[in-house]
Unconditional design. Structure first.
Length: 476
């Protein structure tokens, strides 16, 4: 272990790295997108935005359980990236920034996709989709893009533009940020000074970003409005490569820690012609989605490009004086940039189980369940009175009230107990607590059923919170 704080800790790398041009075909996956999308819609986790008006393409709403899942993904990221460290601080910057930011960053000029337009129906497609023949037909008004007569490709900027000020004419044009990263560069000197962090240190941010993707696709994988979890880690030039390695391993470990199966994860370096203009080296963390191996997160060595550009465009000094070395330099930046929506989708796909399970009567039945990490499960405990009987409901309510201050609790009293277990299983609730007549008439104990093993245990109400805390709060 190195003792010089400026140098990356030596960590044993055990991530799986594939070649730059590795096959992206996912091959057989034990879960289909259709099954996950159907579950999300049926249980109200994620559904089309503005559905009653026919929906808006590329925009999705997260219902009660989906919003809780997303919150948990963000909390898990913040816990590991900020809370458990000490060298990373948080920022919550404005989505609308000075327009010069996007000139300096290169987005105004270069954040584009080549687009082709049909001369007759005016439908627009990304050029590579037309050449590869996989354009989704329903964006073409004639539902058959093979009839289209395409003009030459034009560069289309993916940033959404809007105006600040009382009227379009008098107001200044601004961009909706397409990434959260730039605020961390623009605010670097301010945050460093006020948080009294010394290089190496990081600034982390979770927040919305917007990209006018043509076309959005694969459910919440590629959308126009999404959330990112990005961290800019500032290091001394020359120490950047080991720090890059360090962060690749940290981010690999994070996905595994929260339940992604190792076989479904890989690291793919960018080929030279794929590298962004700012990057010295970038790797993608890819997940084996049912449709293809696809990017979950990019981890880039952004060099001193961003700080230097913002210093140049703003005229402000963004260099850092290193007291340990008695030296001034512009820090290099290592950036792990992940998507909340994509991570949530990967966690859902990876957790999805459709199995035969034994029944109480000795037979078997189909069980759909989510083997979500406890920290990610939208509801931690479901409290279920055996029936709506007036003797049971007050005690069940009392049990729910004991647990609520600590965890998200679902209370459900409708349907057979078997049906209610299945409802909880399919949204990944780790524990079900059943209140029955024995509880109120004899022992003031409840039956606790474990989602993963389906084993049931009798636990005294007085001991219930401690029992669950022991099982829930320890990452499994
Ligand atoms: P892609 O190549 O898939 O377009 P990217 O390389 O442009 O992604 P980055 O700019 O590195 O993506 O953004 C960091 C992360 O933000 C991505 O890894 C992804 O998780 C998320 N992200 C980017 N664009 C979208 C989008 N349109 N919808 C959902 N998540 C996105």
């Amino acid at each position: 272990m190195t003792t010089d704080r400026a140098l990356a800790p030596e960590v044993a790398s055990d991530y799986v790295e594939v070649a730059e041009d590795a096959d992206t075909t996912a091959g057989s996956h034990d879960t289909t997108m259709e099954a996950v999308v159907e579950l999300c819609k049926r249980r109200g986790l994620i559904f089309q935005s503005s559905e009653i008006y026919g929906g808006l393409r590329g925009a999705w709403d997260f219902g009660p359980l989906g919003a809780a899942l997303k919150d948990n993904v963000k909390a898990a990221w913040k816990r590991d990236m900020i809370q458990l460290r000490g060298d990373v601080v948080q920022l919550d910057a404005s989505i609308l920034m000075h327009p010069r930011v996007w000139e300096a960053s290169g987005h105004v000029e270069g954040f584009t996709d080549p687009l082709v337009e049909c001369r007759t129906c005016n439908a627009r497609f990304r050029e590579d989709q037309v050449t590869q023949g996989d354009a989704s037909t329903y964006e073409c008004p004639r539902s058959d893009y093979s009839l289209c007569d395409f003009g030459p490709a034009k560069q289309f900027n993916l940033m959404f533009q809007t105006h600040v000020g009382p009227t379009m004419e008098s107001g200044a044009a601004v961009w909706m940020r397409p990434e959260t990263a730039q605020a961390m560069f623009v605010d670097f000197a301010h945050v460093q000074l006020t948080s009294r962090q010394k290089v190496p240190f990081g600034i982390a941010q979770v927040g919305k970003s917007f990209r006018n993707e043509i076309p959005p696709r694969n459910f919440i994988f590629r959308v126009r409005e999404f959330e990112q979890m990005e961290m800019e880690y500032f290091v001394r030039p020359g120490t950047d490569e080991p720090w890059h390695e360090y962060w690749i391993q940290q981010r690999w470990d994070w996905y595994l820690r929260y339940g992604i199966r190792r076989d479904n994860l890989r690291i793919r370096p960018h080929a030279a012609d794929e590298l962004s203009h700012y990057a010295k080296r970038t790797v993608d963390v890819e997940y084996r989605f049912p449709f293809a191996w696809s990017e979950l997160e990019g981890i880039a060595n952004r060099t001193d490009f961003d700080l230097s550009r913002h210093a140049e465009f703003s005229g402000k000094d963004l260099s850092y004086f290193d007291p340990a070395l008695d030296e001034r330099y512009v820090p290099y930046v290592i950036e792990p940039a992940a998507g909340v929506d994509r991570s949530a989708l990967a966690f859902l796909v990876d957790a999805y189980r459709d199995e035969e399970a034994p029944t109480a009567k000795g037979g078997t039945e189909r069980r759909v369940w989510l083997q979500l990490h406890h920290a990610l499960a939208p509801m931690k405990v479901a409290v279920l009175p055996l029936s709506r009987n007036e003797k049971l409901v007050p005690t069940a309510t009392e049990v729910a009230d004991i647990l609520r201050p600590r965890w998200m609790i679902d209370y459900d009293e409708t349907g057979s107990i078997g049906k209610r277990y299945r409802r909880q299983d399919e949204v990944g609730t780790p524990f079900c607590v059943t209140v029955d007549f024995e509880t109120v008439e004899e022992d003031r104990a409840v039956t606790v059923r474990d989602r993963d093993t389906m084993v049931q245990e009798r636990v005294a109400i007085d001991r219930l919170e401690a029992y669950l805390a022991e099982r829930l709060d320890t990452p499994s």
